[in-house]
Ligand binder design. Structure first.
Ligand code: SF4
Ligand code: SF4
Length: 371
């Protein structure tokens, strides 16, 4: 069982404390762009009780459950402290057990469990896709670089620029021979039984390699390996750092410094990294860029994760367009999540518009780095 009965009851009791203030609806990117209260988190959580009873949801109630990128903005906004994200995860877990989840969600989950990446692409050679001859890697290092699926399979230039910075500052990590997806999609979709086994297997594999520190460019890998595996299995014997933290350490130590650049950079924050939001601002400013804010009090998600993009491409695209529109007037839109970049590039491509260039922060820092 993905979520045990006791936890289901605990989550149900939280729903009874809802103040019906709709603070969550004002934050949720999917209810905002659709202007449909049926998709507000307030309504999403009301689907739990019928699902626990095994009832079939209305089409709108069903869509409400899956029109969610699990960005966390609703949890941050809720004055009653309701764990809306956990309730949606539980609803999805029940729908999976009832064999009613969207086919694309089942398909992607199967890809992760069998091919170890969301696309179902061959995984054995994934390091060959991003490792280049000029990179300095140390096969016996206890520090590993984990690129992440959307970099290895779609955005290798992020790994190239990241490794240029790390190598220039004297860090020569190892690659992970058997690197695989962290499994966030499975967590987001409530496949917790599968994830408990998956987290155990991958944790033990990484530990057996003697890895003590994982540096990753992927916010999902950072969050999942760094915190979720402990809840699903146990605390790993390695620490996980997002590469932004490493850049900051190098900058503070005087090992990473910049030639002043010019231009305005709009910043698309990564939802899982809200504890690190100061770092990209500090680094971009240190490199001479003027930072244009596109978030308000809360981050407005790119709209792609957790199955929103494959299951509801038009609405997911409409959410992504908000970031592009808010960036108008800047020279570049900077991201530090490869999935945000992949999604926003895809929107521009589908509309045949050149639009604002979307660049990972590593690419902007490499341009500015003193060598
Ligand atoms: S996690 Fe994000 S997308 Fe999901 S309901 Fe909350 S605000 Fe909406
Ligand atoms: S913010 Fe919390 S209390 Fe307010 S409507 Fe949403 S779930 Fe209910």
């Amino acid at each position: 069982m993905n979520v045990d009965k006791e936890r289901q009851q605990m989550l149900l009791s939280q729903i009874a404390t809802c103040l019906q203030c709709n603070d969550c609806g004002a934050m949720c990117p999917f209810s905002v762009v659709t202007e449909n209260d049926a998709y507000s988190p307030q309504n999403k959580i009301l689907q739990l009780e019928p699902l626990m009873k095994g009832e079939v949801l209305s089409p709108e109630g069903y869509d409400a459950v899956y029109l969610c990128s699990r960005c966390g903005a609703c949890n941050d906004a809720c004055p009653a402290g309701i764990d809306i994200m956990a309730i949606i995860q539980c609803e999805r877990g029940l729908l999976q057990e009832q064999e009613r989840e969207p086919q694309k969600t089942t398909h992607i989950s199967h890809n992760i469990l069998t091919a170890y990446n969301p696309k179902g692409a061959p995984n054995d050679n994934r390091n060959d896709l991003w490792i280049t001859e000029d990179m300095v890697l140390s096969p016996d290092s206890t520090v590993a670089y984990m690129a992440g699926c959307w970099i290895a399979l779609k955005n290798v230039s992020i790994a190239h620029d990241t490794m240029k910075i790390l190598n220039a500052c004297g860090i020569t990590p190892r690659a992970i021979e058997g690197e695989r997806c962290c499994g966030l999609f499975l967590i987001d979709n409530g496949h917790l039984d599968d994830m408990r086994a998956y987290a155990k297997e991958y944790t033990e594999y990484l530990e057996a390699m003697g890895i003590k520190t994982i540096i990753t460019s992927c916010p999902a890998c950072y969050k999942v390996l760094g915190t979720e595996y402990e809840a699903l299995f146990r605390k790993p014997a390695f620490e996980v750092k997002h590469v932004l933290q490493v850049y900051k350490e190098l900058y503070d130590a005087g090992k990473l410094s910049f030639e002043p650049q010019s231009g305005t950079v709009a910043l698309r924050d990564a939802c899982p990294l809200k504890d690190l939001f100061d770092i990209p601002r500090e680094l971009l400013a240190a490199a001479g860029y003027e930072v244009k804010e596109i978030k308000n009090e809360h981050v407005f998600c790119c709209g792609a994760p957790a199955g929103a993009k494959p299951n509801y491409p038009e609405i997911s695209g409409a959410v992504g367009k908000v970031s592009l529109e808010r960036s108008q007037g800047a020279d570049t839109l900077a991201t530090y999540c490869s999935f945000c970049k992949h999604h926003l590039d895809g929107i521009k491509e589908s509309e045949g518009e050149e639009g604002i260039p979307v660049e990972d922060i590593a690419s902007l820092l490499v341009k500015a780095m003193k060598r």
